[in-house]
Design a binder for this molecule. Sequence first.
Ligand code: UD1
Length: 384
Amino acid sequence: MNIVGARPNMMKVAPLMAEMKRHAEIDPVLVHTGQHYDYAMSQVFFDQLKMPEPDYNLEVGSGTHHSQTAEIVRRFGELVAKDRPDMVLVAGDVNSTIACALVAAKENIPVAHVEAGLRSFDRSMPEEINRLLTDAITDLLFTTEESGNVNLANEGVPAEKIHFVGNLMIDSLVGALDLARRSALIQELAIKPRGFAILTLHRPSNVDDPDQLRRTLAAIAKIAERIPVLFPCHPRTAARIDQAGISGLNTWEHGPVSGSGLWKMPPASYLDFLGLVDRAACVLTDSGGIQEETTYLGIPCLTYRENTERPVTVALGTNKLVGSDPDRLLKEALLILDRETADENSAAVPPPLWDGKTAPRIVEVLKQCWRDRQSCCRQPVATV
Ligand code: UD1
């Protein structure tokens, strides 16, 4: 049973569903918790990633962290009681990840976690709590980078449970890049390669405090005097901008973008977003996954946070952590824009195993584990 809940889960689970379907001995079931439910945050990703419709949609919707997590536990618990899977596979660090892992672990059903071991070491982030708790009750831990292996070893996780398999998000990216480069949005915006920047913001630490949000957008407006900044806006951020009464952003709905300015847009689809990132001069973000996509594509990325759980993107990739000071963000962005920007993406070498072949590696591990009845699978399961 493969779980998706929020937007960043989709690109991790899609290649895995496709790979599992190629193996007769695996019968993958897809469960959507419904944590994200808008067309632009959910269905469009199913369509573009060619994911089958979910076998079950728990339709939990929005709520506080605790009510949302509790509701997923309740509804997923009912599903598991009815349709007992041999294994539950969760991805990433969202509320759906910990909620479904918790249900499975208590039911003595083996749990696999994709993107295990990442740590920001900042427990004020809800995602860090989700990561720590999920890994503590997971039987098969699939890691994307060496820091994950080290963190898990430091936490006492036995080596035989940890499998360094690479990055499923890059499987999706590799499969989608050609189409993304021809995306309809790029045509419509009629925007030159390296002639614009992209902004995404949604972390509570950046958007929940109206003052911080106002100062951040003011700094970005200065960057946008130099180059158009496209801002596909997460629903929670759009709501915070309205609540804070912040005005002065251009609202993009249709047509070409010319000249400078900060352009707030609806959330972009997967292909549109990837296509834009691929031709951006730089990306300013507080997201996790975008740090990885920019590293793979060789696009300069400024991460507007005090820490990253993905240090390989800084060590080997194009990512720079700039903290959450708007003045520093402005300074670093102008440095990038002052550099002569080549037409080609920089020849960044992708981190180890970010090669588009992670899904087959994961499936091989799952099959091996089943065959050997390894201790990582806690209970006997159907013979493969
Ligand atoms: C969640 C994840 C975060 C991930 C992000 C990507 C957790 C703790 N956080 O944060 O790690 O980076 O998704 O998008 O799980 N909303 C809508 N429509 C939707 C979904 C959400 O309008 O389809 C609005 C609602 O007002 C909701 C708010 O966005 O209250 C927050 O959504 P939620 O899923 O709770 O958390 P995210 O902030 O999206």
